[in-house]
Design a protein around this ligand. Structure first.
Ligand code: UDX
Length: 442
C-alpha cells in the first residue's frame, strides 16, 4: 500500500520505517527541513537502537522516502497517517493544534479518496474533530481510523514489528479488511472497535501501567518501614497471572514523553465531563513524591548537602534513550543544586539533551561513571543503564570520599554489595545487613 506519514517523531518515524520494512511504499513527512536532510542521509533525528540500519535498507530498496512537501506526499498516497505531537498544555490537557493543522493541510492537499489514520495519542472525540477539519478543506470523500501506537522508546522497532496487539477504531465497517491486511504483517491479534473506544484504550492502557508503577512504589515505601523486600514482593505478586510481573519494578518513578502527559490528560478528559479520577490523581502525586526519595536518603546518610559533591549516574528517563522529557533526574538535580550540592553528572548518551535544559555553576559534566564518583560523598543511580551494572563496586567504594551508593533502580544484588564496602540504599529493600534472601526463598 502507499502510505504518507505526517510527523517523524518516535511514533511517525518508527511506524513509517516498519511499514516500509514490511513492503509498503512509505513517504515520511516533516515540516522541519533539517530532520528531512538528516533522514535523507540515513541519520535519525531520534536515538533509537537499530533505526538507522532500517532507514538505509528500506531507502535503498526504494520503499522509503523523506520529504517536507506534505501536499505531494498526500497526493501520492492512499493512506495518510497522522503522527504529530500532542504535548501537554499548562493545565494538563493535550495540545491539539499540531494535529488540527496537519488535518487541515491533508484536507487541502487531497486529490481523491483517502484513509486518514491517527496514530498520535488524542483525547476521546478528537478523531471526530479531525474529520470536521479535513472536510472543511476538501470535497473528496475520506474515512478516519484511530490506530493508537503502543511502542516504547528504546525498543520501539521491536514493539512495532512484534506488538502485543493492534487496536483499530473505525466507523466504516467496510475498512476492516484493508486495516487488517495492513497490520497483520505485524500480528494476528488485531482488535477492531469504534473510534472513541480505540482512543480511550490508549489512555486507559498508559494510565493502568502508570498505576502499577505507583502502586509498587508505595508498596516499596511500606516495605522499607516493615523490613520486607519489594523485589521479592513483586516477584511473588507477578506469579499470579491476573497481576502479571511487568511494570512492578520499584524505583524513583516513571518519566518520559507518554506516562506523565497521558495521565494528566486523562485526569483532564474525565474532569471535562465532571468526573474526578481520584485514583489517577493519586498515581501522579505518588510519582512526584517518589523522585524526592533519593534526596531524603542522601540527607539521611550525609546530613546537610551544602557544598557536598554528589555523583549522578543516569539522566535519561530510562535506559537506551537520550530522552530526558519528564525524567526524574531533572527535578532531582534541581533540588540538589537548590540545596547547594555540587552535582557531577554522567549519562552514556543523554548529556547533550540535559545540557540544553539545565545549566548551573554547581554542575560538573563528567565523561565516565568513574569521573562522577571520584572524590564524591555519594553516587546516586537514577537510570538503569547496563553500563552501571558492570561497574566494579570495590573500585567505586575506593574512589568515593564517603562510600555511599544510592540506587534509585534496585540494580545491584546483595552479593555485589556485600563485598564492596559500600553503604547501600535502594528502594523498598532493607539495608543489606538485614537482607536475608535465603530466608525469603525458603
Ligand atoms: C510507554 C508505554 O510503555 C508505551 O506503551 C507507550 O506507547 C508510551 O509510553 P515509554 O515511555 O517509552 O513507553 O517507556 P516505558 O518502558 O513504558 O517506561 C516508562 C517509565 O516507567 C520509565 O521512566 C521507566 O523507568 C518507568 N518504569 C517502568 C518503572 O519505574 N517501573 C517499571 O516497572 C516499568
Amino acid at each position: 500500500m502507499k502510505l504518507a506519514v505526517i510527523g517523524t517523531g518516535y511514533v511517525g518515524l518508527v511506524s513509517g520505517v516498519c511499514f516500509a520494512h514490511k513492503g509498503n511504499e512509505v513517504i515520511c513527512v516533516d515540516l522541519e527541513q533539517y530532520k528531512i536532510d538528516m533522514l535523507n542521509r540515513a541519520e535519525s533525528p531520534i536515538y533509537e537502537p537499530g533505526i538507522e540500519e532500517l532507514i538505509s535498507l528500506n531507502k535503498e530498496a526504494g520503499r522509503l522516502e523523506f520529504t517536507s512537501n506534505l501536499a505531494d506526499a498526500v497526493r501520492r498516497s492512499d493512506i495518510v497517517i497522522l503522527a504529530v505531537g500532542t504535548p501537554s498544555l499548562a493545565n494538563g490537557e493535550a495540545n491539539l493544534s499540531y494535529i488540527e493543522q496537519a488535518a487541515a493541510d491533508v484536507g487541502k492537499a487531497m486529490n481523491g479518496y483517502k484513509i486518514i489514520m491517527t496514530k498520535s495519542t488524542v483525547p476521546v472525540g478528537t478523531n471526530e474533530k479531525i474529520k470536521d477539519v479535513v472536510s472543511q478543506h476538501t470535497n473528496y470523500s475520506f474515512d478516519i481510523v484511530s490506530a493508537p501506537e503502543f511502542l516504547r522508546e528504546g525498543s520501539a522497532i521491536n514493539d512495532t514489528l512484534h506488538p502485543d496487539r493492534v487496536i483499530i477504531g473505525l466507523d466504516n465497517a467496510g475498512l476492516r479488511e484493508t486495516m487488517v491486511t495492513l497490520h497483520q504483517v505485524f500480528t494476528d491479534k488485531i482488535y477492531v472497535t469504534d473510534i472513541r473506544s480505540a482512543e480511550m484504550i490508549k489512555y486507559a492502557s498508559n494510565a493502568f501501567l502508570a498505576t502499577k508503577i505507583s502502586f509498587i512504589n508505595e508498596i516499596a515505601n511500606i516495605c522499607e518501614k516493615v523490613g520486607a523486600d519489594v523485589t521479592c514482593v513483586a516477584d511473588g505478586m507477578g506469579m499470579d497471572k491476573r497481576i502479571g510481573s511487568s511494570f512492578l519494578q520499584a524505583g524513583i518513578g516513571y518519566g518520559g514523553s507518554c506516562f506523565p502527559k497521558d495521565t494528566n490528560a486523562l485526569i483532564q478528559i474525565a474532569g471535562n465531563v465532571d468526573y474526578e479520577f481520584k485514583l489517577l490523581k493519586s498515581v501522579v502525586e505518588v510519582n512526584t513524591d517518589q523522585r524526592f526519595m533519593i534526596v531524603s536518603k542522601l540527607r539521611e546518610s550525609l546530613g546537610q548537602l551544602h557544598g557536598v559533591p554528589i555523583g549522578i549516574w543516569g539522566l535519561a528517563f530510562k535506559p537506551n534513550t537520550d530522552d530526558i522529557r519528564e525524567a526524574p533526574a531533572l527535578e532531582i538535580v534541581e533540588t540538589l543544586i537548590q540545596a547547594g550540592a555540587i552535582v557531577k553528572l554522567y549519562d552514556p548518551i543523554a548529556m547533550d539533551k540535559f545540557k540544553e535544559r539545565v545549566n548551573h555553576p554547581n554542575i560538573v559534566w563528567c565523561s565516565s561513571p568513574q569521573q562522577a564518583a571520584e572524590g564524591s560523598d555519594a553516587v546516586c543511580l537514577l537510570t538503569d543503564w547496563e553500563e552501571f551494572k558492570k561497574v566494579d563496586l570495590v573500585q567505586l567504594s575506593s574512589v568515593l570520599r564517603k562510600p555511599v551508593l544510592i540506587d534509585g533502580r534496585n540494580v545491584f544484588t546483595e552479593d555485589q554489595i556485600q563485598s564492596s564496602g559500600l553503604e547501600y540504599y535502594s528502594v523498598g529493600r532493607p539495608r543489606m545487613s538485614g537482607w536475608n534472601r535465603d530466608k525469603v526463598e525458603a
